[in-house]
Design a protein around this ligand. Structure first.
Ligand code: NAD
Ligand code: UDP
Length: 315
């Protein structure tokens, strides 16, 4: 039998990264998880640690990386991701997506490893095209409070394409749309974690603005499936993919749904809309459907049920 292929997952102790580590290990890969625990938690790796082919390395990828021996695949997910986290760690966010991405691309080049960058729907800013296709260049405020994230991800994408064109690195970019599920931190300030924890505690659900802004929410297992397809399919060097569930609804709809599912009588409380909050967001998924044969499979009801259970069972 041949040796298992080796993956490096940066940000592997975070919400999405830890689910990705679990799926890679279950599929038989050897996994190095590199994470400085800025916004992640080592407890997210409890399942991964049961696999002998798993290694956790606490390290900041803004610094140059040590040589890890053979590496076949690099998944670069390290970055604060929620609006609250990336505004609290604005400089760290800007650096991990710029210098961190460049560091990891040099590692990919040296190891001849395939590289995947976790970008975001935020590269489209407050989009003027709807739904958003990969060819849309976006509407981003370069000086706004979200720029530490949006612009750093755009820079990271540029660097992936630069290493692809100049050095022949087999780089792929996935633009992740709002994703939810178990292991989202209770305190990360995202709308799904906020509404569920508020409803479970019988506290008011905090809707920012009038609640008519839209998002499209993808359950984490669907997203991980899409990320793995984008990485492991041959012949996709230099490609950019939207990955997200195209089912779009308003934050008012989401609040009502969660109240109903939790059986909560909490009132709705309107607060100030954050600066540069996008009005509408929905992925055009025709490219992933065609090139990766990927579709979101988990309905919002099914995904929210599992996520509510997760928060109910937290110690
Ligand atoms: P998360 O905060 O749960 O995980 C990010 C992980 O990166 C954390 O464990 C954190 O400690 C680690 N990290 C941050 N800076 C680091 C550094 N310098 N060195 C090493 N580790 C570092 O966030 P998430 O929701 O799991 O997001 C993962 C990735 O997916 C991010 O790149 C994010 O931008 C992207 N993304 C997520 C969403 C979403 O809806 N969750 C949407 C779009 C894009
Ligand atoms: N939001 C809200 N109440 C909350 C948290 C967020 O109404 O308690 C809104 C937020 O203003 C945004 C949407 O929900 O319009 C999604 O916010 P989130 O931070 O989850 O993701 P992002 O803004 O990055 O899409």
């Amino acid at each position: 039998m041949s040796d298992p292929k080796t993956c490096l997952v940066t940000g592997g102790a975070g919400f999405i990264g830890s689910h990705l580590c679990d799926s890679l290990l279950s599929a038989g890969y050897k996994v190095f998880c590199v994470d400085n625990l800025l916004t992640g938690q080592e407890s997210n790796l409890d399942d991964a640690k049961k696999f002998p082919l798993f290694t956790f390395i606490r390290y900041d990828v803004i610094k140059e990386l040590p040589i890890l021996g053979t590496l076949d695949y690099i998944f670069h997910l390290a970055s604060p991701a929620s609006v609250v986290d990336y505004q609290r760690f604005a400089e760290e966010t800007a650096l991990v997506n710029s210098i961190g991405t460049r560091n990891l691309l040099t590692v990919a080049k040296a190891h001849k490893a395939r590289f995947l960058f976790a970008s975001t729907s935020e590269v489209y800013g407050d989009p003027k095209e709807h739904p958003q296709r990969e060819t849309y260049w976006g509407n981003v405020n370069p000086n706004g409070v979200r720029a530490c994230y949006d612009e750093a991800k755009r820079y990271g994408e540029m660097m992936v394409k630069l290493y692809y064109r100049k050095h022949g690195v087999d780089g792929r970019i996935v633009r992740i749309f709002n994703t939810y599920g178990p292991r989202m931190k209770e305190t990360d300030g995202r709308v799904v974690s906020n509404f569920i924890t508020q409803a479970l505690a019988g506290k008011p659900l905090t809707i920012y603005g009038d609640g008519k802004q839209t998002r499209s929410f993808c359950y984490v297992s669907d997203l991980v499936d899409g990320i793995m397809r984008a990485m492991f399919r041959d012949g996709l060097s230099g490609e950019v993919f939207n990955i997200g569930n195209p089912h779009e609804f308003t934050m008012l709809d989401l609040a009502n749904k969660i109240q109903g599912m939790v059986g909560s009588a909490s009132p709705i409380e309107h607060g100030k809309l954050p600066e540069d909050d996008p009005v509408q967001r929905q992925p055009d998924t025709s490219k992933v459907e065609k090139m990766l044969a990927w579709n979101a499979k988990v309905s919002i009801d099914e995904g929210l049920k599992k996520t509510i259970e997760f928060y109910k069972n937290l110690p």
